[in-house]
Ligand binder design. Structure first.
Ligand code: ZN
Length: 160
């Protein structure tokens, strides 16, 4: 199979061949999946639905900066975050109005969110939050605009 070429550079990949690791920026060395968030209109009934999978909330809290209540369900280290709006003006409420309930964002944990945001800005990535804002559990978070991530809203988190 012919490798796809981007410009005149080396082929990015060849089908059936293990890709060579890219050299990551230092801020991205320990990047990992933290959670997958699902927008729900009613947190309690959503929790009951997910209990069918044997999952139960590890913690439930209000996140004022997102105008939302969130429940985190552990799935082997990563989490499912159920996000319910507490105000019709919140972005998750607008998302449910537009697209209905469902997948809302993915969240990647980074060690140094300020460094990550600076690197992303330098690469021309469009950020919803150019500076970190307070997130759940005392964390600092920032969202990357879906137009820079193939239609997926991506949250970065730095834990305390
Ligand atoms: Zn999240």
């Amino acid at each position: 199979m012919q490798a796809r070429r981007l410009g005149r550079g080396k082929p990015l990949w060849e089908k059936g061949v293990v890709c060579a690791p890219i050299s990551r920026d230092s801020w991205a060395m320990r990047i990992k999946l933290d959670h997958v968030a699902i927008a729900v209109s009613d947190l309690e009934s959503a929790i009951r639905d997910y209990e069918a999978l044997g999952l139960s909330p590890e913690r439930i809290e209000n996140v004022p900066t997102q105008k939302a209540d969130v429940a985190f369900l552990d799935v082997g280290g990563a989490h499912i975050e159920l996000v319910a709006p507490t105000d019709p003006s919140s972005s998750v409420a607008r998302s449910i109005d537009k697209r209905g309930e469902g997948l809302h964002h993915i969240c990647l944990e980074v060690e140094d969110i300020a460094l990550a945001l600076a690197a992303l800005k330098a690469k021309g990535v469009t950020l919803v939050n150019p500076e970190p804002v307070p997130g759940a559990g005392g964390s600092r978070v920032a969202f990357i605009h879906p137009k820079s991530m193939r239609g997926v809203l991506v949250e970065l988190v730095q834990k305390v």
